[in-house]
Design a binder for this molecule. Sequence first.
Ligand code: ZN
Length: 116
Amino acid sequence: MHETSLIDYALNAVEARASQMGIQEVAEVGLVVGKAKAIPGLLERAFQIIRVKHPRCKEAVLHLDMREIRMQCSSCGMEYEVEDLMGDDRCPGCGSCDCRMVGGNELLVEYFIPRE
Ligand SMILES: [Zn+2]
């Protein structure tokens, strides 16, 4: 499952950082994830499964900040949001198909909070 490796990757980064900072236990993890990258429900489920592999994060709570998929039209420069990448992503301004994704592919650890 794609989401599993994303969560594993993010938690590895949190573990490494927490270790450097001398943090024994992480209470909360905040991730910024683009909607083109993963499905929120699957991320939640993957987190429940994967966190036990990471000693500092095994009881952590996940907070997801999902970012919209944003496209920019190369013809008229208009920026707009699309629900997913399967549907019609033509420019609503001029109807051009010459568009590129400028947002929605993020995956970053926004923050993590140590347990007191
Ligand atoms: Zn356009």
